[in-house]
Each structure stands twice: as C-alpha cells, then as structure tokens.
Design a protein around this ligand. Sequence first.
Ligand code: FES
Ligand SMILES: [Fe+2]
Length: 439
Amino acid sequence: MISQALNEQLTRSGPGTDAGAVMRYYWQPAALSDELAGPRPVVPVKLLGEDLVLFRDSEGALGLIGRACPHRGADLCYGRLEDNGLRCPFHGWHFNRDGQCVEQPGEPEGSRMHENIQNTSYPVVEKNGIIFAYMGPGDPPAFPNFDCFRAPETHVFAFKGLWECNWLQAMEVGIDPAHASFLHRFLEDEDPADSYGKQFRDKAADTDMPMTQLLREYTQPDISVEETDYGMRLIALRHLGGGKTHVRITNQIFPQAISIPMSREMIITQWHVPIDDERCYWYSMFTSFDTPVDKEKMRAQRLQEHRLPDYAPLKNKANNYGFDPEEQRRETYTGMGLDINVHDQWAVESPGAIFDRTREHLGKTDVAIIKYRRMLRAAMASLGEGNTDALPMVDGVDVTSVYGPISNDTIGDKDNWRQAFEDSDRARRAACSDWDATV
Ligand code: FES
Ligand SMILES: [Fe+2]
C-alpha cells in the first residue's frame, strides 16, 4: 500500500501535475484515424485533462488546437472548417492549424490584433491508424522503431475503448501476468481455429495445447522484471513438467503503454491515455508478422462491443458488465462473456475511478506494478530537479535505435528459457516476409 499523497501524485495527469509532466515528454494517442474519416473531419479531444479540437484541413494536414475560442470561449468543435483552419461561428475569428488567429472579420479595417492571438496548439503525427500528439516542452521527439510503427499500414490495425477509471489502474492490469490464469479463464476451450483477432485463443507456442488450457492449468507463474531502454520487460514462466517451461514475454513501455503477444501471428501495443483523472482510453495497435491484418473483421468484432462516437463499451457498470451467474458456473471465471476486454474493464473499473491504494495489499505477483511505480517516481523526481535523466527514451538516447520490444509466448527447456524466447522471436522476425522485422 502507498500513502494517499503518493497515490495522488502517481495518478493525476492534468497540467501542472507531476505525472502529467512526465507523460507530456512522450507522444500520446489523441484519436484514431477512423474518427476523422467522415465528411467533416473535426472531433473533440480531451487529453490529459485538456479540452482540444482535432481537425484535418483542406490540404489534408492535421491540427490540434484549444477547444475554447480565445475570444470569448465558444466551442470550436462547431467551427467552420475552411481555408486551412477552423473559423469560430460566434464572431468569425479564424485559426490556422497551428492555432494562430489569422483573421478577425468583425474588427475594424487594418486591425492587427489577431497577430497577438495564439490558441493552444500541439504537434500531431499520424502513425498506422492513430493520431499522436506531443504536448510537452521543446521539439517533439522522434518515434521509437517499435514494430507497430515499423510495420506497413496494411499490417497494423488500430482501435480504442473507453474505461471509466484512472489511467494507472488501467495500465496496472497490463503489467500483471498472474491475472490471465483467473480473470480470463475459460472453463472449456474453443477451437483455436476460430481464434482470429482474439487474445488468448491461439495454441500455446508450437504445441497443440490451447492457451486457455495452459493458463487454466498453470496458475502460479514465476514472474520477474528487467529494466530496459524503453521501460521494462516482464517474464512469466510457467513450468510445465518434463523439463519444459512456458515463457510469456510482455513489456511496459514508459510511461503508459504495454506490448504483449496476442497470438503467434500478432502482438498488441496498447497505450492507457488519460482523458481526465477518472476516465481513460486504451488505444491498441495490433501488428501482424504474417499476412496483412483483416481490418474489416477486426473492426467488426470490436464494433459489436462498442458504441460510437465515444467508443464506450456496451457492457459496463450500468448493466453489470453482462454478468450471468450461470455462465460463471459453467463457462467463464467472470460470467461476463468471452470478450476478455470486458473482464479487464470490470477489473479496473470496479475498484472505483481512482482506487484508494492506501487499502491495497500487493503480493509477489505484483512485482512489475511495484517496479513501475518506482520508475515513475524516479522520473517525477528527476523533473522536479530540473533534468530528464530518469525518463526512459528522453535526452541523449537515439530512440530510433529502440526496437521491438519482444512480445511472445514460447515453450522451451526449463534451464534455457531465455534462449528459447530469443530464438523464437528471431525466427518470427526472419519469417516475416511482407516487411522487414529484423533487428
Ligand atoms: S467567441 Fe469565437 S469569435 Fe467570438
Ligand atoms: Fe487482462
């Protein structure tokens, strides 16, 4: 457990907060490209507690500017999309994509007042289906060479979903390798042939054992963490007997993302992005090392579970997450259906929007959560001292040399598990013929 003061410091992300200052040194997912696909590409974006509006102008370029008009605060989401910018419908002030006011049509002829009117504006970059924003000081950093960014657009599918809880709670479920044996347990295995686009439904490594069976039967993983240049690597070992060990490699990408295997074909890179302190979006990139991603199928699977335009899950607190005691008895550990996102959503929302961590009791399986909090504390302390020394991938680091991270499931010799996961990662990369996945 931690003090209330530390809980506040770790969870608050708005302007002027310590954790928010750390996050602002990194590119943050602001929207899906899908959200701008309609005839009027203008969407409200609330990010790290700031109200913004994202738009694509007539030249196809993106702008992310303050949502409140600097004149008298009217909502620029209703702005007129014209002349490479947004024009406020109240008095016609016009803002370009950098947030500069370029025209005030009601002001007297020759007025140069607009030259001093600068709205908030953040750099944005579109990468494989997600529009990222940089809200921090100085020039925006380069992107790391992670697989989700290196793979061609055909091999990456992006989606998002709303969770009504603090971002840290959401991320902590992603660095908790023990929960998969319980929360996501299926009492019966489905045919892995029907597993496309779904987590934990493939066969385990190169065996014929479904992942669901492996997770169900081996419930006490040996978990360790290693600090890396991008954050940390989590190693979960499940010793199978006969000298064999299942190795699951997942990652925390500082400050708010995880990278995990989904199937033998795909990995998931997922960010947990604060809307404000009590709500967050998960943004996922599903990256294929094999054939192009079937985006239509993956989108349709997920749209069945979410409503637009806010990507709120259809199963939620208001309908008890679809909880069915009969199903819980016979089919799943949660009784909340087969979509594992719903299980995670219940796990992170039910502790309350910001869990009171003065009441938690962390165990051995929570080792990555403890380690992560230390890293975030160190980063906040570093900024407090006026430097960025404790911020991974910032300053003095060529982030384009940061690859991977390795995210896979492998079965190998108990005494040689490290070799096993490294070899299987190398083999997957070597077999990827559609794009260069080698490191
Ligand atoms: S409030 Fe926007 S132009 Fe007046
Ligand atoms: Fe989970």
